[in-house]
Design a protein around this ligand. Structure first.
Ligand SMILES: [Zn+2]
Length: 305
């Protein structure tokens, strides 16, 4: 398809690329991308004008051209853990299997796991993803090399410990500084308070204030399980959305993942605050979440899903 050159090199986006005879908006067109990865020409018969400039030519016959897909909630480094623990509910899966294993992961592991995820995403049309994990400097290196776009956050987990919270704040600041220093327009940083059951109110408030001050996104898990909702009501006397709202987490820069156990009123609050919700049906089935995200309430209230 690409003559005898290495396909992977194309993904770096540093070589002019011509795609011929591809279906776009009902017509067969040619698309020319310049050396910055920007589409600089699109239309019928473009190939004769740009053939000489292109380092690579892809025959697009039988294929369609469309915008890249965006995966709004990932832990890309976890591709290495795929199949390690199945048929368990979230809390047992995390506490008994995943967290003990993750304690042994290294930055190199996260680099390779993220790189594998990037290749799988590129192969199936995903060009951007919203990722939360740790060793994120290594994840950023994988993203940089893969040529894909990502918003990366450090998964902030303080488990109500002051000492842990200090570490998590510094780790978040380090990642944001590191990503800025990479100066790669395809990679952005976000704050990543993991969830209400792993982050103290003080930790949530710190993330909210820091994200506002830095003008960066917030990535969090929200009402993934019924257990999370019940525990929140028991502990704080309010449901998760009210709790997060009191901590300042609900903003137009916030992406909340799962949202399976939201009630109708919570969906309206999310809409008013401009929060976007990530729909994760495969994860919800894997971890037996036992309720689908209430898409009709969310979209009815005007939330971007
Ligand atoms: Zn998640």
């Amino acid at each position: 398809m690409t003559d005898d050159k290495n396909v992977q090199e194309i993904f770096i986006g540093r070589n002019p690329l011509l795609i011929t005879n591809v279906k776009y908006q009902g017509k067969n067109v040619d698309i020319f991308l310049d050396g910055t990865g920007t589409i600089s020409a699109i239309g019928e018969g473009i190939r004769s004008r740009h053939k000489g400039e292109a380092d690579y030519i892809i025959d697009g016959d039988g294929a369609i051209a469309l915008s890249g897909l965006v995966n709004t909630h990932t832990h890309a480094g976890m591709s290495l853990l795929r199949g390690y623990a199945d048929d368990m509910v979230l809390q047992d899966w995390l506490a008994q299997k995943i967290w003990p294993l993750e304690a042994h992961l290294t930055g190199q592991d996260v680099y390779w796991g993220t790189k594998l995820s990037c290749l799988e995403m590129i192969r199936t049309g995903t060009t951007a993803f919203n990722d939360m994990y740790f060793f994120m400097e290594d994840a950023a290196r994988a993203v940089d090399e893969a040529g894909i776009r990502a918003m990366l956050c450090y998964g902030f987990i303080d488990l109500n410990s002051d000492e842990k919270r200090e570490n998590e704040c510094r780790a978040t600041e380090r990642l944001v500084g590191h990503i800025r220093s990479m100066n790669n327009p395809r990679i952005q940083a976000a704050a990543g308070p993991h969830a209400i059951y792993t982050v103290s109110p003080a930790g949530l408030k710190w993330c909210a204030e820091y994200a506002a001050e830095q003008n960066i996104g917030i990535h969090i898990h929200l009402s993934e399980t019924e257990h999370e909702v019940n525990e929140c009501v028991e502990q704080y006397g309010k449901r998760p959305v009210a709790h997060l709202d009191d901590c300042g987490i609900l903003t137009p820069r916030t992406v909340a993942a799962h949202g399976c156990w939201l009630d109708e009123n919570e969906c309206s609050v999310l809409a008013r605050r401009g929060v976007s919700v990530a729909h994760n049906p495969v994860s919800n089935m894997k971890l037996a979440t036992n309720r689908a995200m209430p898409w009709h309430w969310l979209t009815g209230a005007g939330v971007t899903v």
